[in-house]
Write a protein that binds this ligand. Structure first.
Ligand code: HEC
Length: 107
């Protein structure tokens, strides 16, 4: 039991450590930043529109259609729709990396 937890903790540490290198940036970075709008809205405004990071990832990890919640960007929803499809094809480890990266960006 203790050993399993140690292994899990080490895996989490390695994963987070890996994120500090530039090449670990997920493809979302092409269009999103933490605090500034880019091609897509800032993650802080997305999180504000959804209410929490959990709610954002509950949507991303569901199979619900995208109903744009950030009013100023609603006309660009088709751009994000294809990205949602791309995200949903990632394996769980990659999805966890995306979430850790998003949380890092909004600090
Ligand atoms: C090619 C550019 C592009 C990429 C790459 C991209 N996005 Fe987006 N994203 C947008 C645009 C434009 C919007 C605004 C339209 C909208 O809200 O649907 C958006 C909106 C969003 C929203 C809010 C959706 C809503 O309900 O309004 C979330 C959440 C999001 N992006 C997360 C991500 C994540 C996570 C990634 C990487 C896995 C990613 N995006 C990659 C362009 C992009």
């Amino acid at each position: 039991m203790k050993k399993t937890m140690m292994i899990a903790a080490t895996a989490a540490f390695v994963m987070l450590g890996g994120l500090s290198t530039a090449e670990a940036k997920p493809f979302c970075a092409a269009c999103h930043e933490g605090h500034a709008d880019k091609i897509g809205p800032s993650f802080t405004s997305i999180v504000a529109a959804y209410g929490s990071v959990d709610a954002v990832f509950a949507f991303l990890n569901s199979d619900a259609d995208l109903e744009p919640k950030v009013a100023a960007f609603a006309s660009k929803a088709s751009t994000m729709k294809s990205q949602v499809k791309k995200y949903r094809k990632l394996d769980d480890a990659k999805k966890a990396e995306v979430r850790a990266w998003v949380e890092e960006q909004i600090k």
